[in-house]
Write a protein that binds this ligand. Structure first.
Ligand code: AMP
Length: 588
């Protein structure tokens, strides 16, 4: 069903949006104008993410403004002003210097949304080291894979995470020099140290060294379909995209209170949970706790949130909660709601209008793009179910692959193809760490191929169709089937495993594994439970399979690749499509 377009009358919006004339803005846009709105390091010493996000405000009239309001799980509240953030991130940077951690070296962080994570991010990039956040619900395997591939030199984490997941991994992480514990008052030994102790000893004065806009600043791991996770490298220049999208998409104004519900373990929680709002000098809410409908409505009311950036899974969970619950809260301060990460059902956009009094603005981007690329803008009409229009400065197209490594752009409306972007925007990933070939393969014939299938309507609105590969999106988190299959194969009873995303109405897809047992073993419920437990212990709750089916064999191509597409079609009772490459099929 197609839902009616939601018209907007900019004159009736409470605050005039920054982006009023979309077409005109696109036509005259240049990234130089964005750079001109930023400060740059004093003395023409380049561009540093932390200077733009914190120091330039801390050294001006916004010094005493709350930059981050942190809400603890247990009801604690901590306000960090721009001046506080500058002081703490200076200490963190000095501490890295004292540990001998230099430019380009990787500082990982494995924690929930605690204040130390935010300080670590800002302090690390001040030192021109590279910040790499890990999702706290990862198990030891995903953590080890990422830290090893990212050459982690330092890990900031909590005592609990350290004991449960890290202590046993040291041997597999030869580059790791220090683990800094956020909640331990005394150093444990030379390598395991107390972060608070080091921070107290560090000076509050720090001068950011000259930083090139092209210096590596952030490393974000994203899942691949065939191999282990890929480390997407982002540079300081990404702040231009963070800033521009904060202005044109999220429509930040100075008095806004912004809440991005994403965890910094995923790119949205870094680009928009840390850098974009700070770069605009506005106040951000950080909630340590996990989703809870009552708690979320209360935060929106009590914190007087004006701009809210969340995700489809959370919206669907709110849609399931009783409407009466929502009515108990006053959300009149809220003026904009945005969503990202997975397809946003058109019903959700309409629900927003009805229950929140505001439509939900969907937008599209991915780890590799570093910032929002396609969006529904405040001043533009919303087409429920559509991801919107490309950001000014971004050229997006639907392309079809041709022979000889060429692609052809599809100009006709409503024809499905691969979503592609013209490379060159400031927050574009610059490499997959240690994987030049995989990086090179993303670029074909002058386009960056995103891995998503989409179509564009007559008026240029983009509509998401699906992934072109087997990547799973569960509760908004990307999971690579290969990573899950590899972990399951380590179980002594497993001969082979094939993993798919099975559609699920609230979390989008759930991770489902098909397992072939070793000869002589018989499937049983006990074994299934054992495998589920094994998966959780290795991979963590965010990645582990929730369902397991035993099968006699897995469909494979003649070159030996698991045909996950076929597993999925069979699971869902859908047509099997082209099976000519299936091992044992008659076709040659
Ligand atoms: P990640 O790199 O983990 O941020 O995931 C990016 C992927 O999430 C995209 O390539 C899409 O497959 C999906 N995605 C992100 N935003 C949207 C959206 N608005 N609608 C549909 N899918 C989305």
């Amino acid at each position: 069903m197609r839902y009616p377009t939601i018209k907007k009358d900019p004159d009736r919006l409470a605050i005039q949006p920054h982006l009023l004339q979309y077409e005109q803005c696109r036509a005259s846009f240049g990234w130089d104008s964005v750079r001109a709105e930023l400060a740059g390091l004093p003395g023409g010493n380049g561009l540093n993410l932390s200077h733009e996000a914190v120091d330039r405000h801390a050294l001006g009239p916004l010094a005493q403004k709350v930059a981050i309001r942190w809400l603890g799980k247990g009801g604690e509240l901590l306000d960090l002003t721009f001046a506080d953030l500058r002081e703490r991130s200076n200490r963190f940077a000095n501490m890295l210097v004292s540990l001998g951690v230099t430019a380009g070296e990787r500082v990982f962080c494995l924690s929930g949304r605690i204040p130390e994570l935010y300080v670590a991010a800002l302090g690390t990039v001040k030192n021109r080291s590279v910040f790499c956040p890990l999702f706290s619900a990862f198990g030891p395997e995903p953590i080890c894979q990422r830290m090893a591939r990212g050459d982690a030199q330092v890990l900031v984490t909590t005592e609990r995470q350290y004991q449960k997941k890290i202590a046993a991994l040291w041997e597999r992480l030869p580059a790791l020099r220090f683990v800094l514990l956020t909640d331990t008052p005394e150093h444990r030994d030379e390598r395991v140290r107390s972060l608070s102790r080091l921070m107290t000893e560090a000076s509050t004065d720090f001068t950011i060294p000259p930083t090139s806009p092209d210096d590596m600043a952030i490393l974000h791991f994203t899942s691949g379909t065939t191999g282990m996770p890929k480390g997407a490298v982002h540079v300081h220049n990404a702040i231009l995209t963070h800033y521009l999208t904060g202005k044109y998409v999220l429509d930040f104004h100075r008095d806004d209170i912004f809440w991005c519900t994403a965890d910094p373990g995923w790119v949205t929680g870094t680009s928009y949970g840390i850098f974009a709002p700070l770069a605009h000098g506005i106040t951000s809410i950080v909630d340590e706790a996990d989703f809870d409908a009552e708690r979320w409505y209360r935060i929106l009311e009590e914190q007087k949130v004006t701009v809210w950036y969340t995700a489809p899974t959370a919206i669907r969970m709110l849609m399931r909660a009783p409407e009466e619950q929502r009515r108990r809260f006053d959300l009149s301060r809220l003026r904009l709601v945005h969503s990202v990460g997975e397809p946003l059902n058109p019903e959700a956009v309409i629900w927003g209008e009805k229950v929140l009094g505001l439509p939900i603005h969907d937008n599209w981007w991915q780890t590799e793009t570093g910032g929002i690329m396609i969006a529904n803008y405040v001043s533009q009409e919303i087409r429920p179910g559509s991801m919107g229009l490309p950001l000014p400065g971004i050229e997006a197209a639907i392309v079809r692959r041709m022979a000889d490594d060429r692609v052809e752009t599809i100009e006709e409306a409503d024809v499905e193809g691969e979503l592609a972007l013209r490379p060159g925007w400031p927050s574009m990933f610059r490499e997959y760490l240690h994987d030049e070939e995989r990086y090179r393969k993303c670029f074909v014939d002058g386009w960056y191929i995103t891995g998503d299938l989409a179509r564009r309507d007559r008026d240029g609105y983009f509509w998401f169709v699906g992934r072109a590969d087997d990547i799973i999106k569960t509760a908004g988190h990307m999971v690579g089937p290969f990573e899950v299959e590899s972990a399951l194969m380590e179980h002594p009873a497993v001969a082979e495993a094939g993993v798919i995303g099975k559609p699920e109405p609230v979390i989008g897809e759930l991770v489902k594994a098909f397992v072939v047992l070793k000869q002589g073993l018989t499937p049983s419920d006990d074994l299934r439970l054992d495998l589920i437990g094994f998966g959780r212990a290795r991979l963590g709750s965010a990645v582990a399979p929730k369902e397991i089916s035993f099968v006699d064999n897995l469909p494979r191509t003649r070159s030996g690749k698991i045909m996950r597409r076929l597993l999925k079609a069979r699971e869902l009772g859908l047509p099997e499509g082209d099976t000519s490459t299936l091992e044992g099929s008659g076709a040659s």
